[in-house]
Design a protein. Structure first.
Length: 136
């Protein structure tokens, strides 16, 4: 059996997947779940939960569905302990995804963030947009 790719998905892609289930980011998340192993950290999951708790998302997805999304992600993803800290991205807020990739021995980061995309490849980790990841 072939080894499954180890994949970090940026929160912007995860949020797009939840809000727009028929979108390219949603297709990328589904592909990553099917073909790979999703990697998260306590920090990235906390940030996602914090952002999704904002009332502005009520018009798109119910609070119950947002909580269910977080719980499902926590259940299916592999939690990566952050031992080695990274300070390399132009936007320091994005370093947390590089840390998951480094500490989790990721093969790929899927993101819509320009600061991360411009780093491709980073320490042997491919960094692709959702469209590139799914082959669009």
């Amino acid at each position: 059996m072939p080894t499954r790719a180890r994949i970090v998905i940026d929160n912007n892609v995860l949020i797009s997947r939840l809000i727009l289930p028929q979108s390219v980011p949603a297709d990328a998340v589904r592909k990553a779940e099917w073909e790979g192993r999703l990697l998260i950290s306590d920090v990235t999951l906390y940030e996602l939960a914090d952002v999704l708790s904002r009332r502005k998302f009520n018009r798109y997805v119910s609070p119950e569905n947002r909580r269910g999304f977080i719980q499902r992600l926590a259940h299916i993803a592999e939690f990566v302990p952050i031992i080695r800290v990274v300070r390399e991205c132009r936007d320091p807020k994005d370093d947390k995804f590089l840390e998951v990739a480094l500490n989790g021995r990721a093969d790929l980061i899927v993101t819509g963030d320009a600061d991360l995309l411009r780093m491709n490849p980073w320490r042997g980790v491919a960094i692709h947009s959702p469209a590139r990841y799914i082959g669009n």
